[in-house]
Design a protein around this ligand. Structure first.
Ligand code: PBG
Length: 333
C-alpha cells in the first residue's frame, strides 16, 4: 500500500513557512540593499558624451562631466561606490601602456570630476594596462610573453597616480604575481596609507568578458588569450592559494570574477578567510540576462534580482554589477 505524505515526511511540511508573503519575509535568510552594490562605469574623453555600448543594452560610455551626473544619481539611490573603467583612444595606446602613467589621463580626469561633484561616493579605480596597450593585454608584451615584474612596476606607479587623483580604493585587475604587495609598498611610501586595495584575487580566464572588451575598445586588438595570467576556470584550490597570497601581501578586500559561474569560489573564500568579499557580475553575465529578456525568454527584472541575491547567499559583502542603478531603483521602490 502506498504511504501517505505524512508517513513519508514524518509529518514535516516545508510549505508551512512558504504559504504567504509575511512568513516568507520572516524566514528570509538574506537581503539585498543598495548598500550591496558597486556600479562599474565606462569613461571616455570629451565633453557631453554618452555612447551606448551595443553589446550591453542600457550601458553607455560617459565623458567625465556626464559621468559626474550619473554618479550623483547613483549616490542618491544609495549606491556606496562606483568603479571606473576607461576607453582610451587608439592613438594613445602603445606596447607598454605608458599612458596609464599620465596624471591627466581620462581615468584620473574622471576621478577628479567625480570627487568634485559627488564627494560622498566611493571611487574604485581599475589598475590594469589592458585599456592602454596596443595589444589589449594586461601587461607589457615582449616576444609573445606578458612580462610580470616590469608590469608590476608600472602598476605600482599607476596606483599612486590614481590615488593622488582622488581614488579611494585601488583595484588591480591584472593577475600579475606580486602586484598587491608592490602596490601597497608604493602607496605607503607616498603617504597614501589610507587607500585600500580591492584585489581581483581570483580572476578567471573567462569567455564572459566579451562585451566589456567592446566597451573599452580592446575587442579587435587582443591577440591570443589571457590564460598565462588569469586562473584556469577548472581550478578552485589554486583560487584559494591566490587569494591567500593577495591577503598576505596586503589586500583589504578580495573579489571573485566572473560572478555567477563562480559562486562556489565566493563561498570557499568567505569561509576560509572571513574577508570583505565581493563578486564581479561581469559584462557577459549582464548581457545574457538583457538579451534573453529582450527576446521575452525570461523576466529580466526578476532574473536580475535573483542573480543579485544569489551573490549575497554565496557570501558576498557586495557585488560589482552593471545592474546597480536599475536594481537600486527597484529596491528603493
Ligand atoms: C581586464 C579587465 C577585464 C574586465 C575588466 N578589466 C577582463 C578582460 O578584458 O580580460 C572584464 C569586466 C567585464 O567583463 O565586465 N583587466
Amino acid at each position: 500500500m502506498a504511504r501517505s505524505v505524512d508517513e513519508i515526511t514524518g509529518g514535516h511540511r516545508f510549505r508551512r513557512l512558504r504559504k504567504s508573503d509575511w512568513v516568507r519575509r520572516l524566514v528570509r535568510e538574506n537581503t539585498l540593499t543598495p548598500d550591496d552594490l558597486i556600479w562599474p562605469v565606462f569613461v571616455v574623453a570629451g565633453k557631453n558624451i554618452e555612447e551606448p555600448v551595443a553589446a550591453m543594452p542600457g550601458v553607455s560610455r560617459y565623458s567625465p562631466d556626464r559621468l559626474a551626473k550619473q554618479a550623483k544619481r547613483a549616490a542618491s539611490l544609495g549606491i556606496p561606490a562606483i568603479a571606473t573603467f576607461a576607453y582610451i583612444s587608439p592613438e594613445l595606446k602603445d606596447e607598454t601602456g605608458s599612458h596609464v602613467l599620465h596624471p591627466d589621463n581620462i581615468v584620473n580626469q574622471a576621478t577628479r570630476a567625480l570627487k568634485d561633484a559627488v564627494p560622498d561616493i566611493g571611487i574604485i579605480t581599475d589598475v590594469a594596462l589592458d585599456p592602454f596597450t596596443s595589444h589589449g593585454h594586461d601587461g607589457v608584451l615582449r616576444n609573445g610573453i606578458i612580462v610580470n615584474d616590469e608590469t608590476v612596476d608600472i602598476l605600482a606607479e599607476a596606483a599612486v597616480i590614481q590615488a593622488e587623483a582622488g581614488a579611494d580604493v585601488i583595484a588591480p585587475s591584472d593577475m600579475m604575481d606580486g602586484r598587491i604587495g608592490a602596490i601597497r609598498d608604493a602607496l605607503d611610501a607616498s603617504g597614501l596609507n589610507d587607500i585600500a586595495i580591492m584585489s581581483y584575487a581570483t580572476k578567471f580566464a573567462s569567455a564572459f568578458y566579451g562585451p566589456y572588451r567592446e566597451a573599452v575598445g580592446t575587442l579587435d586588438l587582443l591577440k591570443g588569450d589571457k590564460k598565462t595570467y588569469y586562473i584556469d576556470p577548472a581550478n578552485a584550490d589554486e583560487a584559494v592559494r591566490e587569494a591567500e597570497q593577495d591577503i598576505t601581501e596586503g589586500a583589504d578586500m578580495i573579489m571573485v570574477k566572473p560572478g555567477m559561474p563562480y559562486l562556489d569560489i565566493v563561498r570557499l573564500l568567505k569561509d576560509t578567510f572571513a574577508m570583505p568579499t565581493y563578486a564581479y557580475q561581469v559584462s557577459g553575465e549582464y548581457s545574457m540576462i538583457k538579451a534573453a529578456s529582450a527576446n521575452g525568454w525570461i523576466d529580466g527584472e526578476r532574473a536580475m534580482m535573483e542573480s543579485l541575491i544569489a551573490f549575497k547567499r554565496a557570501g558576498c559583502d557586495g557585488v560589482l554589477t552593471y545592474f546597480a542603478p536599475e536594481a537600486a531603483e527597484l529596491l528603493n521602490g
